[in-house]
Write a protein that binds this ligand. Structure first.
Ligand code: JFZ
Length: 452
């Protein structure tokens, strides 16, 4: 069993070799080995975070000139000239925004960190930036700094405060060319800045992006993650300079892989969950419906059950789940988002031990559910999260030969009988599952299983 896991893990690493120089993820991320255990430990244990896409665009609710499929890309997809968008920003006034409410909802959902858009592709800073007047304090009716309020509230409630920053796309700055995979100007603001060849990326980095990264890392307390997005034409050297600045200002701040090609502390998967486990830390970010930013017409909501299963599936592969909320222009979470977060939080209040602080399963994926594990004093705790409760009252775990020291239902500590058979272990389950979404069987076995 152990050889198989090591071989599997090595295969996972080898298959990840090579880095493409586009924004598309699927690169082997160069892990900052010397500090991985220190800097990354809270992230690896946390497993579950809240992504927040909130900006000037939120007040449109996805609507513009009769179209209803816009969201955080509003300026680009609705072809709004910068002057008009800047004027539109002046009406942004989320009077119902309440940082304590937002952080409490995230905490009650069982989320351990919040990543909020500090500046999306529209180049509008959702914080009091001294670098550009295109920001919420100077450029909107709101006049407050919501990131400051959220950072303070996260500190109070014990969540990590993290910031998303659109690095290689900025539709306000005249020097931000784009060109993912050679598609010159593919995501540039060609309405206000039509001559792509005149744009000098370094000027934008020096004038806006680097000073704003420094602002975030200086004025908002500890930043858990600098979550960069769409590095586009940012070179490895330019990205490394930004990494060095972050390491200098806040050595404990984690950096995702979108700071530049083959850089960052962990890999990001967008709207998808990888098929297999990965040894190195990784994260899947996902919307609850089809849009990151608020879209009032979008009723394509994932069910609460699907979202709980995604969380368990991701944890069983060694990853983190960054689940998105798109607040409205008034500053409140959509009702449908809050309903799902409540169900997820209720499930985690009973079964969180099977997620937080666990690592990837030592087994092949089961059809009926997933497995996560923890090492405990030289032994292994296995958490079998059962999605489809067996009608015959038995679950077979192939190749599990370790001596069983204890076995019970996590929800009510009811003892579960086990029996060795056919080179594996049979779990003898009660007729009724304790939970309709996923029920966890906790099995403590002797010795270490799998690699750490
Ligand atoms: C980007 C943004 O364009 C989008 O608005 C949102 O903020 C999302 C989290 O990030 O979208 C992406 C970025 C990268 C990929 C796909 C969509 N990718 O690498 O496949």
């Amino acid at each position: 069993m152990k050889e198989k896991i090591i071989l599997f893990a090595l295969l996972a690493l080898v298959l990840n070799l090579g880095c493409d120089n586009s924004s598309k993820e699927s690169v082997k991320v160069v892990i900052d080995e010397k500090s991985e255990d220190g800097r990354m430990q809270w992230f690896k244990d946390a497993k579950f975070g809240m992504f927040i896409h909130w900006g000037v665009y939120s007040q449109a609710g996805g609507e513009w000139n009769g179209e209803t499929n816009h969201a955080e890309w509003l300026q680009f997809t609705a072809k709004i000239p910068l002057k008009e968008y800047t004027n539109y920003a002046k009406s942004f006034n989320p009077v119902k925004f309440n940082a304590k409410e937002w952080v409490s909802i995230a905490k009650n959902a069982g989320m351990k960190y919040i990543v909020i858009t500090s500046k999306h592709h529209d180049g509008f800073a959702m914080y009091n930036s001294q670098t550009s007047s295109h920001n919420i304090v100077e450029g909107s009716a709101f006049k407050r700094d919501p990131l400051k309020e959220l950072a303070e509230e996260c500190e109070k409630q014990g969540l990590k405060f993290c910031t998303y920053y659109s690095l290689g796309r900025d539709w306000e700055d005249p020097d931000c060319p784009t060109g993912y995979a050679g598609n010159i100007a593919w995501r540039s603001n060609l309405i206000d800045y039509p001559i792509e060849k005149n744009k000098v990326l370094q000027r934008y980095l020096d004038r806006k992006a680097i000073p704003q990264v420094k602002e975030l890392l200086t004025n908002y307390g500890p930043i858990g993650i600098m979550w960069f997005d769409t590095y586009e034409l940012v070179s490895k050297q330019q990205g490394q300079k930004i990494v060095d600045i972050i390491r200098e200002l806040q050595p404990e701040c984690i950096i995702n892989s979108r700071v530049g090609p083959c850089l960052g502390d962990y890999k990001v998967n967008e709207q998808e969950i990888p098929e297999g486990a990965e040894i190195k830390p990784w994260e899947s970010c996902m919307t609850m419906n089809k849009h990151w930013g608020y879209n009032k017409a979008d009723d394509n909501w994932k069910t609460s059950e699907e979202l709980v299963h995604h969380l368990i599936d991701i944890a069983s592969k060694g990853g983190n789940f960054l689940l998105n909320v798109g607040p409205t222009g008034e500053g409140v979470f959509p009702e449908a988002s809050m309903e799902r977060l409540k169900v997820m939080g209720d499930w985690l209040k009973v079964n969180g031990e099977a997620v937080y602080g666990t690592t990837f399963s030592p087994f092949e994926k089961f059809t009926w559910g997933r497995c996560t594990r923890k090492n405990e004093d030289g032994n292994t705790v296995l958490y079998f999260s059962v999605f489809d409760w067996p009608t015959n009252g038995e679950l077979f775990i192939p190749e599990l030969k370790n001596k069983v020291l204890q076995s019970s239902l996590l929800a009510n500590s009811e003892t579960i009988q086990t029996k060795s058979s056919k080179g594996g272990l049979i779990l003898k389950l009660p007729k009724t599952a304790p939970d309709t979404i996923a029920s966890v069987v906790k099995v403590l076995v002797k010795g270490n299983i799998g690699i750490n």
